[in-house]
Design a protein around this ligand. Structure first.
Ligand code: ADP
Length: 268
């Protein structure tokens, strides 16, 4: 691996991240021991942003993989490709991360099939190894390599859950939407809307979060609030902006949409 490879995964600018509750120091201590870490929480609550921020702070390259149910072990580890000169091995993202000493972030790992998930096992214990079975190579992870996964407990079902044998290889940090004041600060900082508008958006989100399990699978995330703020900052009428970013994406149920729209109209 050349330096160039590590460079392309470096987080160049400091990501904007507001600490919620001591997670920065906890992560740093875990990283100091190269402990695998699981970030648990609903979508759009800041997990990816946090890893980006930590990679920047620790000066480590970051390789992110979005997991899906069709993902195979080869998608993570690598495969032989056919080209005009014959077959050529191509490292997958996990292999690249292990070689260059990156933080490897497997987003929404529950989506992956269990036979895919087990390839991370030898990297998460004292072995810190990755066997490339097809290639007949055993990689010793770079001393700076660390594995991070995200996990949304809300989507958990009997069919889709991490095995205990996978779960118990990670330390875990809970992520939830930040407290109202902090979340409003984040929305204002990310979008440029004033504090009052940001505060109203957060209150709409709180109403929707109370509907979780009562017709909604998830409440409005911080990510969607940032979208709403961006539309408003573009000069879009707040009501229309909220409809497009907070109501329509969240649900197709007409009654639920009406309830959410009513919440929007209380504030805008
Ligand atoms: P997740 O990975 O949990 O799905 P993200 O990290 O993508 O969520 O967060 C979604 C958006 O919410 C981010 O792009 C960012 O704008 C905002 N955000 C959430 N939490 C924070 C935070 N603590 N500091 C800064 N921005 C945040």
């Amino acid at each position: 691996m050349t330096k160039h490879d590590a460079d392309q995964f470096t987080v160049k600018r400091e990501p904007f991240y507001k600490e919620v509750g001591g997670e920065v120091a906890l992560y740093e201590a875990a990283y100091a021991r190269r402990m695998p870490v699981m970030l648990k929480g609903p979508t759009g609550a800041g997990k990816s942003r946090f890893v980006e921020y930590m990679a920047w702070k620790l000066g480590r390259p970051l390789i992110t993989v979005a997991s899906n149910e069709d993902m195979t072990a080869s998608d993570l580890v690598g495969r032989f490709l056919l080209d005009k000169d014959g077959t050529k091995w191509q490292d997958g993202p996990l292999t690249t991360a292990a070689r260059i000493g990156a933080i490897c972030y497997l987003d929404e790992i529950v989506e992956a099939r269990q036979d895919t998930t087990v390839v991370i096992h030898p990297l998460t214990d004292h072995r810190r190894q990755l066997p490339l079975d097809k290639k007949g190579e055993l990689i010793e992870a770079h001393p700076d390599f660390q594995l991070v996964i995200s996990y949304n407990p809300g989507y958990q079902s009997l069919m889709k859950d991490l095995k205990q044998s996978t779960k118990q290889r990670f330390a875990a940090l809970d992520f939830d939407y930040p407290g109202a004041e902090l979340e409003a600060e984040i929305v204002a900082a990310e979008t440029g809307v004033d504090a009052k508008t940001a505060g109203k958006l957060v209150q709409i989100a709180h109403r929707s979060r109370n509907l979780k399990g009562h017709g909604l699978d998830e409440g409005i995330s911080t990510r969607l609030l940032v979208y709403a703020g961006q539309m408003i900052a573009e000069g879009v009428n707040p009501n229309a902006a909220c409809k497009m970013t907070l109501v329509t994406p969240l649900t197709d149920d007409p009654d639920m949409r009406e309830t959410l729209q009513a919440a929007v109209e209380t504030f805008f």
